[in-house]
Structure formats: C-alpha cells, structure tokens
Design a protein around this ligand. Structure first.
Ligand code: EZ4
Ligand code: CO
Length: 405
C-alpha cells in the first residue's frame, strides 16, 4: 500500500523563543514532525514551505524519502542556501519520523542501529569575568557534564558573543524588530582569551573537556596565533576561528597549530565543507540537521567525513527545536564517526509544547526508543505562544566597520 502525504502544515510558535515546525499527515493517519527553524528568518522558511513546497508535497509517496529530497534539491533550479535547505531539512526529518512510526521502531534502527550506548554531550558555561565563569563551569559539572564550552567577556567591550552579563543562560537572539549592535575589538580579544582559558584549565584540572567558540571573528593568521597560544590549555576544540566561506584559507591555520578545529554550523550542503573535509582542514564538522538538509544529507556529509577521519559534532543551540535535537541524537547513536552533541538547553516553556523522549544522564544523551523521532508537538499549547520578532545581533569594529557576528 502506498502511504500518501495528505496534509502539510507549518506552525510558527514562540514558547520562550521562536520555532518553525512542520507537520506532515499521511493517508494512513500517521503524523511526522520536522524542525524548520532559522534563527531571525523564521517567516522566510515558513513561507518557502507553505507557499512553494507544501503544494508539491501533497499527494507524494511518504516512503520515498530520498526521492523527495532530490525532488526539492535537484528538481529546483535555485538550489542551496539556508532557507531552501532548512525547508528540505524539515521535510526530511518529518518523513523519517513517519517511516519510523510506520515500522514501529526508533529512527536510529532504520539508520543501521546503535553503534554506541550513549552520546557524549557538551553544554555552555558563561561568565563576564573568570570568577563568574568558574561558577558557571562548576554548576555544569554538578549537573554531570564532562565537556563544557567556555565563553567570557573581554575588557573594554560591552557585549560579547556567548556571554550575558548577570544572566545564567545566554540567548543570542534579541526580541524586537531588527538587530541589536555590538562593538568588537580583535586585539583585545586575542590578548584576553588565552588568559581566561588558561585560568579555567588551571582551576578545573586536566580531565574536563573544554571547548571555545570564536564565532567567525578572526582572519587566518590571527586564528593561527590564537590556536598556538591555546595549545597548552588542551582544548577539545576551537570553533569557527574564521568565516569559512574561503575553505582554502584554513590551510594557513593548519600550518601553524595542532589545535583541533570545529567548523560548519552555518553550512547548508556537503559542498560547503568539501575542501575542509577532503584536505582535512578541520577535525569536527558541525552541520545541524535542519540547516543542512535533514538526516538524509547529514548522513552523506558524515560518510565523507568518516573517510577522512573527520568526526561529526552537530550544532545544538536553543534555536534548533527538540525535533532537530532528537534527529541529531538518532544520527549520533548510529554514526560511527560521531563525536559529541552540543546541548544548550531550552527556555522552560519549550517543554509545554514539545514532548520529547530523549533523555540526559550524567553527561550523556540518548534519543529513547519511541517509534520515529520520539517527539510529540502539542499544537494547542503552541497556539498560546504566538510568533514574536527576534533577531541575532550584528557586530562592528571600533571604527564602525561591519564585522562578521
Ligand atoms: O550563535 O545558534 O555554537 N553555537 C553557536 C550558536 C549560534 C546561534 C545562532 O543562531 O555558535 O550560539
Ligand atoms: Co558556534
């Protein structure tokens, strides 16, 4: 019997922050959920799905996941880009969810079964200065985390990526229409970051895995210098040292430092990372399920990475929904070269709308054994949290020039 797609709905809600959720319903009454959230551009993805892809999805065979992926990728002349790929990502997730539910098995079983018992995870610690940051790291250790991303303020700057003064949890998107502005000073950052990271390593001892995100702020030679300076800290990785559009520029960083590099949260396809992987200019590929075309495309990216001993470590911020998080965990459980999953956590209201079967225990995550992705989305609860505009900030240099945020 052919399982036909009967209905496609797009739900934009804001339980503590904005999410775009895709619902696919089939002729035999199954419902699949996909995450289509693109932070600060939510309505563009909602329109792309609702106005352009949904009409073509209705009537298609729900079981033909790979063909549907190619229908919306190869079959569309204006391909790639975050809006199109997040839309395809959401469809792909929802169809895997349906296939799992139809078979009565968790998605990781369809992906080849578990290759590990549990998935190592890291979360964020944040503090304006070293004492605040150490408190935050200590709190994460009490929660059981074995790996922690550490971000701190920079003297002379007012706002810094990854840090909110006085708040326990950092949320990059700001409510309201249009982006807030931040001032950035590369020299101050390069002087200060090694001091902070050395102090944290000194305080926590050798075992805790420490990570740090540069968030695309440096040029290759600055990145190389920072990498060299941080080698004694023994970081698990240094993330997004440069804006990686120019993949070959990472060669310069690699010539100078053996610090492990992680890149890829803004990538949309395997071609964005092709040179980084095949020249082994990175150690970890950070593509998110939603932003790089879903489970089907991430499997291809991770398979290419496996050949070159690059490991998978998907993006897991609060701005990808629990549906994406669950899809990432199903991949993580069944992918041999999967290293670690970022888990930033969510505002409390998220739990009223998304009911997830994944579980956290002692620094590790597991997707659970519910059929499909194991996430139920409560549409009535979502209706209580209407969309409200929120944007990521922008950054400027001290003289006012636009900088990569
Ligand atoms: O800034 O997801 O590693 N995590 C990150 C995130 C990104 C946000 C942007 O929407 O870099 O905090
Ligand atoms: Co990042």
């Amino acid at each position: 019997m052919t399982r036909v797609i009967d209905a496609v709905d797009v739900i934009v809600s804001s339980p503590g922050r904005n999410f775009v959720t895709l619902k696919i319903t089939t002729s035999d009454g199954l419902v699949g959920w996909g995450d289509a959230t693109l932070n600060g551009r939510e309505l563009s993805v909602a329109s792309y799905l609702r106005d352009h892809l949904a009409p073509a999805l209705v009537g298609r065979d729900a079981d033909r996941i790979e063909d549907t992926w190619n229908y919306f990728y190869r079959g569309v002349y204006w391909r790639r880009g975050p809006v199109a790929m997040a839309s395809i990502g959401a469809i792909d997730m929802a169809l895997w969810d349906i296939k799992g539910k139809a078979a009565g098995v968790p998605v990781y079983q369809l992906l080849g079964g578990a290759v590990r018992d549990r998935i190592l995870t890291y979360t964020h610690a944040t503090g304006w200065d070293v004492p605040e940051l150490l408190d935050s790291v200590a709190e994460r250790r009490v929660q059981g985390y074995r790996a922690v991303r550490v971000q701190s303020g920079v003297p002379g700057l007012d706002k810094v990526y990854g840090v909110t003064k006085g708040a326990a949890v950092y949320e990059p998107a700001g409510r309201g229409v249009g982006p807030a502005e931040e001032v950035w000073d590369t020299s101050a950052y390069l002087r200060h970051a090694p001091v902070v990271l050395e102090a944290v390593r000194e305080a926590v001892g050798p075992e805790l895995k420490l990570l740090h995100d540069v968030h695309h702020r440096l040029n290759p030679i600055e990145a190389a210098r920072l990498g060299k300076a941080l080698e004694p800290v023994d970081l698990f990785w240094l993330e997004d040292v440069t804006p990686a559009e120019n993949q070959m520029l990472l060669r310069a960083v690699r010539q100078h430092t053996t610090i492990p590099l992680a890149i890829g949260e803004v990538f949309n396809t395997v071609w964005d990372a092709q040179q980084l992987i095949t020249e082994r200019l990175i150690d970890y590929i950070r593509v998110a399920v939603v932003h790089a075309g879903g489970i089907s495309h991430l499997r291809k990216i991770f398979a290419l990475a496996e050949v070159f001993q690059v490991k998978a470590a998907p993006h897991g911020p609060s701005d990808v929904s629990p549906i994406n998080m669950s899809a990432s965990l199903h991949l993580g459980l069944s992918t041999t070269n999967f290293a670690i999953q970022e888990f930033m956590g969510y505002p409390a209201q998220v739990g009223e709308v998304f009911h997830s079967s994944y579980r956290y225990d002692d620094g590790y995550l597991h997707p659970g054994d519910e059929p499909g992705l194991g996430i139920e989305f409560d549409e009535a609860a979502a209706a209580r949290f209407p969309y409200s505009p929120a944007y990521l900030p922008i950054a400027r240099d001290l003289d006012g020039t636009m900088k990569d945020w």
